[in-house]
Design a protein around this ligand. Sequence first.
Ligand code: NCD
Ligand code: ZN
Length: 343
Amino acid sequence: MQRLTFIQPDDWHLHVRDGDHMISVIAATARCFARAVIMPNLKPPVTTVSQALAYRERICNILAPDTSFTPLMTLYLTEHTTPNDIIQAKASGEIVAIKYYPAGATTHSEFGVTDLRKVWHTLEAMQLYDVPLLIHGEVVADSIDIFDKERIFIEQILDPLRAEFPELRIVLEHITTQEAVEYVALANDKLAATITAHHLAMNRNDLFKNGIRPHHYCLPVLKRESHRQALLQAATSGNPKFFLGTDSAPHAVHTKEAACGCAGMYTAPLAIELYAEIFEAYHALDKLEGFASFYGADFYRLPRNTNTITLMKKTWQVPDTLTFGTTQVIPLRAGENMSWQLA
Ligand code: NCD
Ligand code: ZN
């Protein structure tokens, strides 16, 4: 296959940061995705409708005049988020979901929730008004092995939550394990999951290939090969519960290449190309459109896109570094060749 034309995809999990940093980052996403679910983990986090609408406006203001890109906004769930916040979010028509970070689980999660019981009435309102909950599915206890944090979250937090809120629509974000794949596949249609390109492309050996690789560090951390195989199987299965979410999460190079480096991989500049490469290697290019362009929109009950994009079989090199505000960011696959290019 030399050309691949399909309905324009959306990114159902994206970090664009703020201010100067957004300029290059938004352009990298808008070049190929029609819409993206914008994560609210700014510092301070986006917790109110008015903050989300202001953030949305900042994003739209830096879009190049000829680009059409729709940011889909989220609110960050804190222990102070009230049922009234949910009612306002629903009424705004601009907030597509609420993001739950277990406090301490990842970048800028310190404002997150320590115990879901503290936001029980808020969750009731989300269920009632049908506002989806997006979950960073990892337990935080230091006593739990980092490679087990997702599996144990599903057992201890997600499964009881779903039993208490059977009508609440939930997306388990950036799944990384066979257990997550199996859990989501067996669940009813209230539960779906996003899958990143980097968790499909790499396993935990890639964190330590000939030395420690800070640019391959993200959360949830890369897992062993058997889990990657389970993710590949899920993403290419045609099961609409699994859809594209890059979790592209840029950090300035000096904050990644540090004694305590930040979590997050920057994949937006090569995202759809990387998914295409992965699906091709798995002999499943025919499944890419559903995963990238249909199932997420269907879950969020938004119209599918109608225009198309084309990928061509053409080698190009990912830049070594990219501008990130006044600093630089190193994208995944920096300096390496990609086989598909956006027309
Ligand atoms: C994300 C970030 O940097 O904002 N990092 C990451 O490793 N994925 C936060 C997140 O989604 O966990
Ligand atoms: Zn994320």
